[in-house]
Design a protein around this ligand. Structure first.
Ligand SMILES: NC(=O)c1ccc[n+]([C@@H]2O[C@H](COP(=O)([O-])OP(=O)(O)OC[C@H]3O[C@@H](n4cnc5c(N)ncnc54)[C@H](OP(=O)(O)O)[C@@H]3O)[C@@H](O)[C@H]2O)c1
Length: 387
């Protein structure tokens, strides 16, 4: 029986993780659950899983306090309590917060010799080098949860990177893969969050529509699979059935396929050594019928090109890219800017004179990473308010 903490339990990945746990009562015991604001949802989860500790960042309502007490669960509030929850004894942590707000938690978890299932790709983009250093000191096993990286991880199991000629991650292309380019200016948040294949949180859904998500994932791939950047590519695959491919130096090409269900990579990330049964829907390739692959159209997806440039540039560029994108997506979802303003703001941030010193070199400490993140956010907020 493994003790598991689910950070960001009330979100989409949190829900998929808890579904896997539900199916495996002999494998996992939930000891920690955290949420940001969804009190009612957290209360339901406490009643069902009875963790020893629950954390909510916002002030808890009386009903939540009462339910936690009734189920013998310590309920703590605030950011510090969230970070301190990393110290609780766990064999496995699922880190499913959204955004660079997850970086400090990722670093705290990586300092412990356990399995860290990392869905929060933004913490890799912003502080991958810090994460790697912390995990190698502690012996923490960092597992990719993103379906593409988890797929490549599985394909590489028992194989050296010297045998690998190229690594490919796939992208669905999002809801606007076929939309005429002159219609992009009028895309609404409601249209952008309707992903054709996956049901996900709002921020990652917009990132999928702009393909910033795939750009962030290329940076994530460079973290997990340290090959030359020219050996990493993304291709459009509208069916989202093939998640990753590796081409080997002998000309073989291996692919990982599954239904579009995040429980598949989560099962593997939670238990890489032992295959957990539970897939209700085995992949029905006859039903899928067709598997298409296309190159990424750069004009349609400028965010993807910006992310690729940030990866090539390195230094503080990935941090600026991520922070500017998070702020821009927040404004877009709030109806304050248009869809096409997202890449414009990200490009402006990457070229801003105010950030030039940061672009040149990598933020070496967590304090510097947080300062760069805050400076970029402040600048983008200023530009939007000024307009
Ligand atoms: N969804 C997917 O299919 C998918 C696939 C691959 C990777 N990912 C990655 O997984 C991460 C989570 O995505 P998601 O779609 O599950 O997001 P989501 O549905 O928006 O859930 C985010 C979770 O984090 C909590 N949270 C939000 N802001 C927070 C903050 N500032 N501090 C602490 N907790 C906070 C939320 O709490 P409340 O709900 O209480 O507000 C919620 O529990 C993202 O990095 C995403 O890129 C997601």
């Amino acid at each position: 029986m493994k003790d598991i903490g689910v950070f960001g339990a009330t979100g989409s990945i949190g829900a998929s993780t808890l579904q896997v746990v539900r199916e495996q009562p002999d494998e996992f015991r939930v000891v920690v659950l955290t949420a940001h604001s969804r009190q009612q949802k957290l209360a339901e989860l406490i009643q069902e899983f009875k963790p020893s500790l629950a954390v909510i960042e916002e002030k808890p309502a009386e009903e939540l306090v009462h339910i936690a007490k009734r189920h013998g669960c310590d309920l703590l509030e605030g950011r510090k309590a969230l970070l301190d929850a990393a110290e609780y004894h766990m064999d496995i942590a699922m880190h499913a917060l959204v955004g660079s707000a997850g970086l400090e938690l990722a670093l705290r978890l990586a300092r412990k010799p356990m399995r860290l299932c990392l869905a929060n790709k933004e913490s890799i983009v912003c502080g991958g080098h810090l994460l790697k250093a912390a995990a190698s000191l502690s012996g923490c096993q960092v597992m990719p949860v993103d379906s593409e990286h988890n797929a490549v991880y599985q394909l590489l199991e028992g194989r050296g990177l010297e045998d690998v000629a190229r690594i490919t991650i796939t992208a669905s292309g999002g809801p606007f893969r076929e939309l005429p380019l002159d219609a992009f200016a009028s895309i609404t948040p409601e249209q952008a969050v309707k992903h054709p294949n996956w049901s996900m949180g709002a921020k990652i859904s917009v990132d999928s529509a702009t393909m910033m998500n795939k750009g962030l994932e290329l940076i994530e791939a460079a973290y997990f699979f340290p090959v030359d950047q020219n050996q990493l590519q993304a291709v459009i695959h509208p069916q989202s059935i093939i998640h990753g491919l590796i081409e080997l130096v002998d000309g073989s090409c291996l692919a990982h396929l599954s239904e579009t269900n995040m429980q598949v990579p989560i099962r593997h990330a939670l238990s890489p050594g032992k295959r957990l049964a539970g897939g209700q829907n085995l992949l029905d390739l006859m039903r899928v019928g067709q598997l298409e692959l296309y190159p990424v159209e750069e004009e349609r997806y400028p965010c993807f090109s910006l992310a690729r440039q940030a990866l090539a540039h390195a230094g503080g560029a990935p941090n600026i890219l991520n922070a500017a994108n998070e702020v821009a997506v927040g404004y877009f979802l709030a109806g304050k800017i248009g869809f096409l303003d997202i890449p414009k703001l990200v490009a402006k941030a990457l070229g801003a004179a105010e950030l030039a010193q940061w672009v040149a070199s990598e933020a070496g400490t967590v304090e510097e990473v947080l300062e760069l993140d805050a400076t970029t956010r402040g600048l983008v907020q200023f530009w939007v308010k000024e307009d």
